[in-house]
Design a binder for this molecule. Structure first.
Ligand code: FES
Length: 571
């Protein structure tokens, strides 16, 4: 059967002339249009995205692999998303990039695609876009940075930014030391080297089977990262030949493997939103409740920041995700026959994976932390659900009752948090509103609110915090996130007032606002919907169509896929 690209390049008419002739301006010989697989290399390189700044090199290695396997590589750019510079938050643009990717693939003569992903949101955005087209696809992550080194100690992206900024605010660190740490933290190419969202999503790529074995942890600057890229280039050509479309890889079983892997690595809560959104693109019924059901009973095995102390470089040298997947497989927690992009099952890939350091990757029978999958909370404060990552929380706060201290929005929080007169003590529950998908907009990573300096100075290191926001995968604390419905959509979160009592019981999966139904109804009548932040353009599209966190915060009109149909000729 003819390949999809033949509908462009195999034509012997005016259209074939147009489709081929302009491609030849780069020096492509006529024989490259002989029906060989045309492979897109979807690149998120950008100087505005430091984590992906080495992707031109990665793309060249993928290209070499495609050529070696007899394919015809065509690299193309899509919008890139960096966590560090992009406002209001990179997540705000995830769905836009997914659209960019989807239409770039569908509208062009591609038979398969390699997705170059790195900084947090680039991974879900590219996978979501590709899933809605459903051609053969392989994701190649750019790899984590080398470990940060500061005055003889390892420091991790994000995680130590939060702790050092708290130390600065508490007077435990000088400004000079702070600046020095800034230079020590990020000293090579790559994405954040803690088990933050980027490393989590790179691990999800491997656990889903949509990336090559080893994808999660090989450091960005290690030559083996380039080898992996090259092998992916070779492999995608075979996937096209064997018609192994993405939907053959991204099955419900693959998602369940990923959920368990996420628990075992102490992965980011952001994965919950991204995997639900991805599943809905490819037609897999994955719900928020599945995270609790499937992940329950899985222990954290990886001793990595922010849940533990080591970094991705250590993780790779200890055996990386394969060693973790082997532990899961040996303990009945892996769908062993799930297919992966290298043509083997996930079990074939990982069953003999060695572990070289049990300080970094613990055995399942003697785990690093017990029963620590993502917990999904319910209650009158979050009827649509909320999540907490117990591995990054303070155990004694997982059952807590406290007085609410409410911040109406992020500006209100910044205005008052440093005020010595703020009426707050360590038992209070900090509540932040209007930071969800519609409210912020884009559901920013502000849920791990910094603690008030007056409590920090007294040695308080954690408090219960609740919001409709997300938090960085590098962050930690007893932080309840993704409250659904969000405040800006009129959820009960919008109705919380200073002094209300809130009960959290993670063991029982409960989050309850101790206020009568009658009183809440009264408050709802008085509630005013906040204005949309901007009345036009992408901001309006986003505001009008974004779904809540329990549905992956995708756009309502993007759920599902349209396949790889080829529309009319373009002239
Ligand atoms: Fe890009 Fe952390 S800022 S991965």
């Amino acid at each position: 059967m003819k390949k999809r690209s033949a509908q462009w390049f195999a034509r012997q008419d005016i259209y074939g002339f147009i489709y081929r002739s302009w491609m030849k301006n780069r020096g492509i010989p006529h024989d490259q249009f002989d029906g060989r697989p045309v492979i897109g290399i979807c690149n998120t390189w950008s100087e505005l995205v430091p984590c992906n700044s080495h992707f031109r090199v990665i793309a060249e290695h993928v290209r070499a692999g495609v050529l070696e396997a007899g394919g015809f590589p065509l690299e193309f750019p899509v919008m890139s998303l960096g966590e560090t510079l992009l406002r209001p938050t990179a997540m705000f643009y995830r769905n836009l990039v997914a659209m960019d990717v989807e239409e770039s693939i569908r509208g062009n003569p591609l038979d398969g695609v390699v997705l170059l992903v790195g900084c947090d949101k680039t991974t879900p955005a590219l996978l979501m876009g590709a899933a809605s087209v459903d051609l053969p696809a392989i994701a190649v992550s750019g790899g984590p940075m080398l470990s940060g080194k500061y005055r003889g100690s390892d420091i991790g992206s994000g995680t130590n930014v939060w702790s050092m900024s708290e130390d600065l605010r508490a007077g435990r660190l000088t400004l000079e030391e702070f600046h020095e740490a800034e230079s020590c933290m990020h000293r090579s190419h790559g994405h954040c080297m803690t088990m933050g969202t980027a490393s989590t999503m790179a691990s999800m790529v491997e656990a889903l089977g949509v990336g090559m074995p080893g994808n999660a942890a090989i450091p960005a600057v290690d030559a083996r990262r380039n080898v992996l890229a090259r092998m992916a280039g070779r492999r995608i050509v075979e996937l096209v030949k064997s018609k192994t479309n993405l939907s053959k890889i991204l099955t419900k079983r693959a998602f369940e493997n990923a959920i368990r892997a996420n628990a075992a690595i102490g992965g980011s809560t952001n994965a919950v939103i991204h995997l639900i959104a991805l599943a809905r693109r490819i037609g897999v019924d994955l719900k928020l409740a599945d995270w609790d059901r499937v992940g329950r009973g899985v222990h954290t095995l990886a001793n990595l920041m922010p849940s533990g102390k080591y970094l991705m470089e250590d993780f790779y040298y200890a055996g990386g995700l394969p060693a973790v997947l082997r532990e899961l497989g040996e303990n009945g927690l892996l769908h062993r026959n799930a297919l992966t992009v290298n043509g083997k099952s996930i079990w074939q890939n990982n069953k003999d994976a060695p572990c070289h350091n049990r300080e970094v990757i613990f055995p399942f029978r003697k785990p690093f932390k017990k029963n620590t999958g993502i917990a999904v909370l319910r209650g009158n404060l979050c009827p649509g659900g909320a999540v907490i990552k117990p591995s990054a929380a303070t155990p004694k706060l997982l059952k807590h009752r406290g007085r609410a201290v409410v911040f109406e929005n992020i500006e209100d929080f910044h205005r008052r948090i440093d005020d010595p007169a703020l009426d707050i003590d360590s038992k209070c529950v900090m509540v932040l509103k209007n930071c969800g998908p519609k409210g912020y907009p884009g559901m920013a990573e502000v849920g791990n609110m910094p603690l008030p300096p007056k409590l920090l100075k007294r040695g308080v290191t954690d408090m219960v915090r609740i919001s409709d926001a997300r938090m960085s995968g590098t962050a930690y604390g007893t932080v309840v996130l993704h409250v659904v419905p969000e405040a800006a959509a009129g959820g009960a979160l919008a109705l919380v007032r200073d002094g209300d009592i809130i009960e959290l019981d993670v063991q029982k999966r409960k989050l309850q606002l101790i206020v009568t139904e009658r009183e809440l109804k009264k408050r709802k009548v008085a509630w005013k919907k906040p204005d949309a932040p901007l009345p036009r353009g992408y901001w309006k599209l986003y505001h009008d169509h974004v779904l809540q966190a329990d549905q992956g915060a995708d756009f309502d009109f993007l759920v599902g896929g349209s396949g790889a149909f080829v529309p009319r000729d373009n002239h």
